[in-house]
Design a protein. Structure first.
Length: 244
């Protein structure tokens, strides 16, 4: 029973309490005198120990002379301990927040997100490639007028496919993607009109693409609010787009 005693100690019981509870589980209902002998606990301590176990809901006293004690089902005891621990953690957490949250709100530094302006098709495609290498959850691509040089991203898209990272592409109807021989598992939908494009990676960073041709302009940011807005807008357009 040494392992059981050790585990019960981890549940907050003393050595004597663990011995008494194990003795009751093993031998069934017993008197205080019997438990003193079975658990090798001094008789002068037995009633105090049984009283504490009863208060915690581990032991029940049966009427009679002398009184007999029985153990609660271990499964029920585990539930009791779990409930007690959850209540304790909740109360401790609420108390901690009450004390520290005001201090944090007053003194915490506001993290400033990065914002980059990227000019030119080549630089924008390079930035998209960097973003795709960091992807770990999902990639959302919106391609309204991106030139055929998007084929330069095929190696990144193939890597994402190999890593089983979902990639969804929203494209303008006039953009011919079939000729690019992109990975087969990409989800592609098309719309009649798309105003501007962009890339959202893992809902954490976004690249907005504006303009066309030699006047392409990219705005990259890791501002979570902006990335969330871009993702929500993508999902809105995605629902009303046609599957290719």
């Amino acid at each position: 029973m040494e392992k059981a005693h050790r585990l019960l100690r981890e549940f907050g019981l003393t050595e004597y309490e663990a011995r008494v509870y194990c003795a009751l589980v093993s031998n069934g209902p017993s008197t205080a005198g019997e438990l003193s002998k079975l658990a090798n606990v001094p008789y002068s301590r037995i009633y105090d120990i049984l009283s504490r176990l009863e208060a915690r809901g581990w032991v029940e006293a049966q009427a009679g002379r002398p009184s007999r004690y029985r153990s609660r089902d271990p499964a029920e005891v585990v539930k009791i301990v779990k409930t007690e621990e959850e209540k304790r953690l909740k109360e401790a957490g609420e108390a901690l927040l009450k004390e520290l949250e005001p201090l944090y709100s007053r003194r915490a530094e506001v993290k400033r997100p990065d914002v980059w302006v990227i000019r030119g098709e080549k630089n924008i495609l390079t930035k998209i490639g960097e973003m795709l290498t960091r992807a770990g959850i999902e990639v959302l691509l919106s391609l309204p007028n991106v030139p055929q040089e998007i084929s330069g991203l095929k190696s990144y898209l193939s890597l994402l496919e190999a890593k089983q990272i979902p990639v969804r592409i929203l494209a303008s109807k006039k953009l011919n993607l079939r000729s690019l021989e992109l990975p087969r598992k990409l989800e592609i939908r098309k719309r009649e009109n798309l105003f501007g494009g962009g890339v959202v990676v893992d809902g954490q960073e976004v690249l907005l693409i504006l303009g066309s041709g030699n006047e392409l302009l990219g705005i990259w940011s890791n501002e979570i609010g902006l990335a969330k807005f871009a993702k929500e807008y993508f999902e809105y357009l995605w629902k009303d787009s046609k599957v290719t």
